[in-house]
Ligand binder design. Structure first.
Ligand code: ADP
Ligand code: ZN
Length: 731
């Protein structure tokens, strides 16, 4: 195409900024010129903002008023392939480009010059006097395993003023060091020996290595039960990418990013890889971003946003637990990291490996259709087998009021305790009780800002709204009828189940694992590791225990309410329940000890429950696919959710109705529009929410049609419109 790569001093360039504008801005190239893709600082009104040189200037702006780029930042220019990826991702998700650029430039201190900086570590001495603020600072360092922070980071993270930190330095409780800002990551050696692979592991690994060596794009589903060695296999694909001199990215659901996992990678390649996730410090994030761009980080282990790092030569993306719903970003830019991984790989001739024990129906269907290759690992490594799964028919179990552990499950737990093995009780509900009701008038305590009930968290001694996070004390008197002393918890949450287990087994060591019970992700991960090492007899957990942790001593899984996920009208309810139950059950019996999974259910004959118990996965997927095909819903048709919200309900509805009356652009491509209707959660944080749903045939140009349809909308006041392509949930 003969694209111009360098602009001379004073030449007109078009710059994409991170500011919410719907167009590029023209500037003059700075002294010395700049490259296409250069990260620059430009003046915008009175401010300096970050931008990227996107091409030659358009020329329709008065050149006498043209301002100059202030300076070119000291980072590698954005590569053409990354610019193209951002453009395609923006079109796919109907996201404005500035928001895409913000995702791709989320590195703190991007504009700082490279230099030395001051960092703090824990010093040898203790402070003379321990105040709350001082303790928070020292705890922060401890929580992060003794990592170093800059003084500002430390003060921010601990929520204290800089003077508290300074005071601790003076007393020797913190020590100062000078280090270069960003160091390259240590070299990873693909030639170190991996584990000796079993026959089907070895052939899967060979197929992936072959694909990586081809240097072209391709996607492979790597399917195998938990413990079948998927990780061992894909690490060989990583080795192949490193041998080819290319970079690799392993995406994990945030919570699966454990020290245990990083140690395995370190053991395979002889050094630690770069990490990218929300728990990483600003300093770490900055280092990863820069080093990835220079090719001095060969491997990144990261959460979904790592997809937007400026890799120099990305040759392989692994999406582990590809079905995981946390890959779908649910606020800000609505993207599914799995789909974006495939898009990005296609643009840079990389291979994608989607690893899962329970792939999403989308991926399964793509493999069936031959778009993705498929590799199956059929057995678990070593002697371990999948646990035996049984239903506990709750209609014939005798339970006392306000208890949820059936006698059958209780006896199974007792047997584990006697043998020194672990049991896990799974209940996907945080808090103590999902509902607080007044026994006098029957009213339930609801959030003041949302259409949702407040959940009691006994650990916090408060009620909490799971939509907006608002908390309040459990009221003495009923907010409706004012009668005192009649407020009572109804139904089980994980904390309440913990009390029940403790009452049944007073001598047992009980651990409750719920994301809200831990101050930081690291504290939670550390607790999980202790438990894996045997520091608990009975584990109670929410969804987070289903993900990728190894509990070698665990031989029993009890699902408290297998019917829970099947309630509601979500398109993916059956798929999710199937996946979650299989994953949770897969926690049991990883080592030599056989496991057992008991599913408490009131509907043992339900097709999904039967499919889970029989373990006939292909049959389940085929039936589920047939149903979705008949209904014309994803992955056999296309959908987009439109959420309108605002403080005034009538206004929100009016906007919806205006859109519905003017749906010509949608009808042109044969798309159907449903709604406006109140969203399942009709109010969040005081904002009323109205939903619309667009359905179209698989081949329809859905995004283009939606873009044309909403283009005339001018959002007045506090109204908001957001488009969710391929919605995962319907809240
Ligand atoms: P998955 O990713 O499918 O859950 P992993 O790769 O984590 O499975 O393997 C499960 C366990 O079995 C891990 O501890 C792993 O190190 C071990 N393992 C798997 N395959 C082998 C092998 N070929 N040799 C030695 N250990 C293995
Ligand atoms: Zn609320």
């Amino acid at each position: 195409m003969g694209e111009q790569e360098h602009f001379e001093t004073g030449e007109r360039v078009a710059v994409l900024t991170t500011q919410p504008l719907d167009r590029l801005l023209d500037y003059r190239a700075p002294e010395g010129g700049c490259f296409l893709g250069a990260f620059v600082e430009v003046p915008l009104g009175p401010r300096k903002v970050l931008g990227v040189v996107w091409g030659p200037g358009s020329g329709d702006f008065d050149s006498s008023k043209l301002r100059s780029v202030i300076r070119v930042l000291d980072v590698a220019p954005m590569r053409g392939e990354m610019r193209a990826f951002l453009g395609k991702a923006a079109d796919y998700t109907l996201t404005p480009m500035p928001a895409m650029l913000r995702l791709a430039s989320r590195a703190p201190g991007l504009s700082d010059p490279p230099s030395m900086r001051k960092i703090l570590r824990r010093g040898d001495r203790d402070p003379d006097r321990m105040t709350d603020a001082r303790a928070r600072v020292l705890d922060t360092i401890e929580d992060y395993g003794g990592l170093a922070f800059t003084p500002k980071e430390l003060a921010d993270m601990a929520g204290v003023t800089p003077s508290v930190v300074k005071g601790l330095v003076k007393q020797g409780a913190l020590s100062e060091e000078e280090t270069p800002r960003d160091l390259p990551y240590p070299h990873l050696d693909p030639e170190l020996p991996g584990k000796e692979l079993t026959e089907d592991q070895a052939s899967a690994a060979a197929a992936l290595e072959e694909a990586v060596k081809s240097g072209s794009y391709g996607t492979t589903l790597l399917k195998g039960v938990t413990g079948s060695g998927k990780t061992e296999v894909y690490l060989e694909a990583v080795a192949a990418a490193l041998r080819a001199g290319r970079q690799a990215l392993v995406l994990l659901p945030e919570i699966a990013l454990t020290a245990e996992f990083l140690k395995r990678v370190e053991a395979r390649f002889g050094a630690t890889p770069a990490e990218w996730h929300s728990g990483a410090t600003m300093t770490e994030r900055r280092r990863v971003w820069r080093m990835v761009g220079q090719g001095k980080a060969q491997l990144v282990i990261g959460a979904r946003s790592a997809l937007f790092l400026p890799f120099r030569d990305l040759g392989l993306i692994i999406v582990d637990e590809e079905h995981d719903t946390s890959y779908k970003q649910e606020d800000g830019v609505l993207y599914n990291a799995r789909d974006m991984a495939v898009l990005r790989a296609a643009m840079c001739s990389a291979q994608v490996v989607l690893a899962s024990a329970t792939p999403s129906l989308e991926t399964w269907a793509n493999a069936e259709a031959g778009k993705y290759k498929r590799l199956d690992l059929t057995s678990r490594f070593g002697a371990s087998v999948l646990p035996e799964m049984r239903a506990v028919d709750m209609r014939s179990e005798d339970l006392l009021p306000a208890t949820w552990i059936s006698p059958t499950l209780k006896y199974a737990m007792k047997a584990r305790l006697e043998r020194g093995e672990q049991s896990l009780l799974f209940l996907n509900r945080r808090g103590f009780a999902p509902v607080t009701i007044c026994r006098a008038c029957g009213a339930q305590v609801a959030c003041d800002h949302c259409d949702s009930r407040m959940v009691e968290h006994r650990f916090l001694k408060r009620l909490m709204c799971h939509q907006c996070g608002e908390t309040k004390p459990v009221p003495e008197a009923c907010p409706s009828c004012q009668v005192e002393g009649k407020m009572a918890p109804v139904g089980p949450g994980i904390e309440r189940l913990g009390e029940e287990a403790a009452a049944l087994f007073p001598e047992a060591r009980i651990a409750v694992l719920s994301s809200d019970l831990f101050g930081s992700a690291r504290a939670l991960k550390q607790r999980i590791e202790e438990i894996a090492a045997g520091e608990a007899d009975i584990i109670l957990g929410t969804q987070l225990v289903a993900k990728g942790h190894n509990f070698p001593l665990l031989t029993l899984v009890g699902v408290i309410d297998a019917d829970l996920g099947l309630q509601g009208s979500d398109l993916r309810a059956a798929e999710r329940t199937f996946q979650l139950m299989r994953q949770v059950a897969g926690r049991a019996g990883r080592a030599e000890k056989p496991g057992e999974a008991l599913l408490q259910t009131f509907q043992p004959e339900h097709p999904v429950i039967r499919a889970i118990l029989s373990g006939d996965e292909e049959a389940f997927w085929k039936a589920e696919a047939a149903e979705r095909q008949a209904a014309g819903v994803p992955p056999f048709g296309r959908m987009a959710g439109i959420i309108l919200s605002g403080p005034d309900l009538a206004q929100v509805f009016e906007l919806g109705e205006t859109l519905a009356r003017n749906d010509g652009a949608l009808r042109q491509v044969g798309a159907q529009l449903f709604g406006p209707a109140p969203a399942p959660i009709a109010r969040i944080r005081g904002r009323h929410r109205v939903r619309m749903l667009v359905k179209a045939a698989k081949g329809a140009p859905l995004q283009e049609a939606i873009a044309r349809w909403i283009a005339p909308v001018r959002l007045k006041g506090d109204l908001r419109l957001s488009v969710d392509i391929d919605p995962q949930s319907f809240f």
